[in-house]
Design a protein around this ligand. Structure first.
Ligand SMILES: [Zn+2]
Length: 363
């Protein structure tokens, strides 16, 4: 069967297909003049998929205690839990995996035809060793941080969190531009005052506790204006910030989109942690209301502080964390641990003309 790079959205699979350097038309997704891969000729993808589907067990072999509601067809779980296929139809995924894994299909058809589950999701001994939060839930962790022990909670498997961070590293070259916005007067704010506030004024934020400086930047002027939540007729000053040296940050936007096919990644360990990783992602992107307590920032501050503490040969590994903008859909933010890594090179003053309020009835 011929498949192509456009049939997939997983970067590891795409690079395997491209490495074959064969161009053609894809009978499956109908893309023309693309890198194609013949499942009868190569077995690279069979080996990759074989490892991934090995984490699943057919319903007939799962223990009786395994909840039936947590089983689904392999094709459907591959679509919903992993970002592998471009076409999200179940029949398409079924066709592809039974072709790619045709040898396995011959002797293990149940895996493809019956509902399946991941046995270790309910195996307490396995979870204790391999879950980010051992046998606790995300809510237990948040509650412990807020109400029991802020600095020495042993709820998180930090070695594992460090490993997941290493899969979502994102490098930036010196010269890269980001933006920062502050509400100002018509006269604006001078460039030298656009940076992170001094220690005595550093208040709680998503990635820093009170008293710890952190420079919050956005990918575009637009994103930062939204993030500032300026009101109609306010004036804002947007500073243009230039990165002064090459850095690496942790891209938390990608934390739930790590490819299961990365070499050395333990698919099973990743699969049982997907729910926790999603929570981290959601927590970073959660909307805060004026009435919310600064305690709600504690879980993300904990994660940010941990990322900041990771070193390699005594040198700081990550200079910041990047996360999706809550206020501006397409945008993202970068929290930089060392504010001196960026220099404000220009400012622009804007007046806010209108704000588009959308609402819904609560009661
Ligand atoms: Zn295709």
């Amino acid at each position: 069967m011929i498949i192509c790079e456009k049939c997939f959205c997983d970067t590891e699979i795409i690079s395997v297909i491209q490495s074959k350097e064969e161009i053609g038309d894809c009978p499956l997704c109908k893309c023309k003049n693309v890198y194609v891969y013949d499942t009868n000729k190569y077995e690279d993808l069979s080996l990759m998929f074989d490892e991934l589907i090995s984490i699943y067990t057919p319903a007939s072999s799962l223990p009786d205690s395994y909840p039936k509601s947590d089983t689904r067809l392999l094709a459907s779980d591959l679509i919903n839990s992993w970002n592998i296929f471009n076409n999200k139809s179940e029949s398409n995924a079924y066709k592809m995996i039974t072709e790619i894994c045709k040898e396995r299909y011959v002797y293990d058809a149940e895996l493809f035809e019956q509902p399946v589950g991941i046995q270790e999701l309910y195996d307490q001994d396995y979870l204790l060793m391999h879950s980010l939060l051992t046998t606790n839930s995300w809510d237990d962790f948040v509650n412990a941080l807020k109400t029991k022990n802020r600095f020495h909670t042993y709820y998180v498997n930090l070695n594992l969190l460090e490993r997941f961070c290493s899969y979502i590293r994102k490098p930036y070259k010196a010269g890269k531009i980001f933006y920062r916005c502050r509400i100002s007067t018509e006269d604006g704010i001078p460039a030298e005052e656009m940076g992170a506030p001094p220690i005595e004024n550093a208040s709680d934020g998503r990635a820093n506790a009170r008293g710890i400086r952190c420079l919050y930047l956005g990918d575009t002027a637009e994103t930062t204006i939204y993030e500032t939540r300026a009101g109609a007729y306010d004036y804002v000053t947007v500073g243009k910030f230039k990165l002064i040296k090459d850095i690496i940050v942790v891209d938390l936007k990608k934390i739930n989109q790590i490819s299961p096919f990365i070499e050395g990644l333990d698919c099973l360990e990743y699969a049982i942690n997907k729910e926790h990783l999603n929570k981290i992602n959601n927590e970073m992107g959660k909307i805060m209301r004026r009435s919310d307590s600064t305690l709600d920032y504690v879980p993300t501050q904990y994660i940010a502080d941990f990322v900041k503490s990771i070193t390699h040969d005594g040198v700081v590994e990550y200079e910041g964390i990047e996360y999706k903008s809550v206020m501006h859909n397409e945008g993202y933010n970068l929290a930089v641990f060392n504010p001196n890594l960026f220099e404000c090179i220009d400012t622009q003053i804007y007046g806010i003309d209108t704000i588009d309020y959308r609402k819904h009835i609560v009661q």
